[in-house]
Design a protein around this ligand. Sequence first.
Ligand code: SIN
Length: 529
Amino acid sequence: MRTPDYDYIIIGSGIAGLNTALLAREHGTVLIVTKGKIDDCNTRYAQGGIAAAVGPGDSPALHMQDTLAAGAGLCDPAAVQVLTDEGPQRVARLIQWGVPFDTIHGEVALGREGAHSLPRILHAGGDATGQHIELTLAEQVARSDIEVLEYTLATGLVVEEGAVTAVETLNGVSGGKETFGGRTVVISTGGAGQAFKYTTNPDVATGDGVALGFLAGATVMDMEFYQFHPTALWIEGAPTFLLSEAMRGEGAVLRDESGRAFMADYHPLADLAPRDVVSRALVAEMEHGSGGRVYLDITHLPAEIVQSRFPTIYSFCLNYGVDITKEPVSVAPAAHYMMGGVRIDTWGRTNIRGLYACGEVACSAVHGANRLASNSLLDTLVFAQRLVASSIGHAPERQELLARTPEETPVETSDVAATLRPRELVCASMPALSKEALQELLWRNAGISRHGSRLLLTARILCAWERTMPEPADQAGYELRNLLLLGRLMVEAALIRQESRGSHFREDFPDTSPNWEKHVQLTGEGVAG
Ligand code: SIN
């Protein structure tokens, strides 16, 4: 067994990683390994804010009820209770650390988003919440003795006798490889939006943590559930930039080409319906309704309110020629958040001793089949606290917790992969592997709307690509390997789940089935192929 160089190695420097590092520092030496600069992360772009039951008339029980409803029967109620009960304390700690949440008349200002029964979203800098939290935490880390290795990609985990003992790394600049021993290793690498052609996520979101965990023997769960945000900016030449749901929380409406507000045709909550409903409604309108484009209209608000509540969005759109205070802006759905990931219990533990996961990369089933808006930052804060507590022995034995988790369907990936060997048909028409080809394939066939035949074809192509892909030699190569593996796990899980639920919609199984009120878990030794 390797002697640990550090008590904690944290992989990733988003809000989950930095927060975990600061908490862990109270109990030992900490190394953060991050593949970009310390502030290159997904959570930095979070606009909406943090949901927590801190406002008048709100309660953890009400927050729990909304979270369970959005999760469409697949949330683990124990995890949701932890999230909603412990949320307000974690937010109080952020305030202590200096996060400048917006206030109104001396009280914290609370926004509203889809599927919340009342305003409960704390925000900072209007629509720059993630940036403010990330900056505050990064400053705290800079003032501490936490070591930070930037431009360093974690490429593998060393597991000995069922316990993680070290992290293998590649320096993205020099190409140098190093291995660091760690007593506790935390995967907090964020999401995987780069698996899709259109995403609100930055370039760094390449599913690295799911691949790292899975290849080391960790179980992954709920990989079929990927949330598509309905309102990303759609202007030729502009990036796929998020237009926060908080805009609809402030009364913005979605309109078709003729100016008709159409969401009431799709759901009683109209523009504040759950995200999966709104995303599919947009696609239906764009394809079969009035045709063409769909617009987000916030012109009902006075210009100065729009500019102060949504300064980032206002400036960004203006830069691309649209003044949202004067005219509606063209939007389209984009991949946004991965509900599945490395399976953890409510103390952040994976099935490998010493290996924890936190944030978007982790799956405790707290979000179920569809995450409630602005629950993700809260998730990172609450479960980071618990994983650090668990790492110093303040958690019950693992077995007790596993016995309380919801019903599950363990599935060996090798069983699925056996039916997915590439066939001649696929090889004859198969595009060559590239990041762009993968993104296009997954967007078309594993995106907002799925069908068994397209998923099967996709799975075969992915297996064939995995078989022929050379060993990664540099950061881009590892990222492609990770995206490819993540895509395969997502497509396999989507094939297995023969129903529609939450963010997973199957044209060939459009109904929700009580038989599928259970989780798909994938385990496997290495990449099947
Ligand atoms: C948004 O501001 O619409 C995104 C917030 C979230 O994904 O929770």
